[in-house]
Design a protein. Structure first.
Length: 250
């Protein structure tokens, strides 16, 4: 009988895994003796996976995959074999100011929705034929899936959409023995956040934390994904959990 927090031998797929949260999640599963397929549209995922395989001694593979390309998704997912855990993590956080340049903002809005919402639906559909009873689907949403910020309409809309998608899929896949949940990170120290968040904005955001103020490191967040993949979470589905040090209490 498996221990409640055991993920050893599970076959895990993580999207957006070249860096940041996705890489930390992939590493956490591999270090816990799972076999991991890391997907990303950035070729860096190949290098990241190879390094992680050497570090952990586990079967870790990296595949380039663009989740806005349905043919690429179905081809890639169909080649991975059985899947126990799917982590839908890929995402971008580009600004879409409502009064910004028309063509530019319209194009970015569509791209953000395609990557942060539509692509996750396609990946999940492509994974389901390889996932049996006891399967787990875990989405990376955001505290902005429950709140919002100026100039990030597409990002906020997509993350709100992810939470709705989670709840709908939980109803639909529950009879098949598959759970569906989301994790809503707060302000995580990622390359993207460090590059684009100004010091003034960062200080304001971090001040909204009510405990342990400061950047949340990706590897601090990663164990939450492992928990949702374990037997201890077998009865949890349709939920969106904040990991934000109290930034958004909803």
């Amino acid at each position: 009988m498996r221990a409640p927090f055991d993920v050893s031998g599970k076959r895990v797929v993580v999207t957006g895994a070249a860096r940041g949260i996705g890489l930390a999640v992939a590493a956490a599963f591999a270090k816990a003796d799972a076999d991991v397929a890391m997907l990303d549209r950035d070729d860096l995922v190949i290098e990241s996976a190879a390094a992680l395989a050497v570090d952990t001694g586990r079967a870790v593979t990296g595949r380039r995959c663009d989740i806005t390309d349905r043919a690429d998704i179905y081809g890639t997912m169909g080649s991975l074999g059985p899947i126990d855990v799917l982590v839908n993590n890929a995402g971008v956080g580009w600004k879409t100011p409502v009064d910004g340049p028309r063509d530019e903002v319209d194009m970015v809005f569509e791209q953000v929705i395609d990557i942060n919402l539509n692509g996750h639906f396609y990946v999940t559909r492509a994974a389901l034929p390889a996932m049996g009873r006891g399967g787990r689907v875990i989405f990376t949403a955001s505290i902005w899936g429950k709140a919002a910020g100026a100039e990030y309409a597409a990002y906020c809309a997509a993350k709100h959409g992810i939470i709705g998608l989670v709840r709908s899929l939980a109803h639909e896949l529950g009879p098949r023995g598959i759970t569906v949940n989301a994790i809503c990170p707060g302000t995580i120290r990622t390359e993207l956040n460090e590059k684009h968040i100004t010091k003034e904005a960062r200080d304001l955001v971090l001040a909204s934390m009510v405990i342990n103020r400061g950047w949340i490191e990706p590897d601090e967040l990663a164990p939450f994904y492992l928990f949702l993949a374990t037997d201890a979470a077998k009865d949890i589905t349709g939920q969106a959990y904040n990991y934000d040090r109290g930034q958004v209490m909803a």
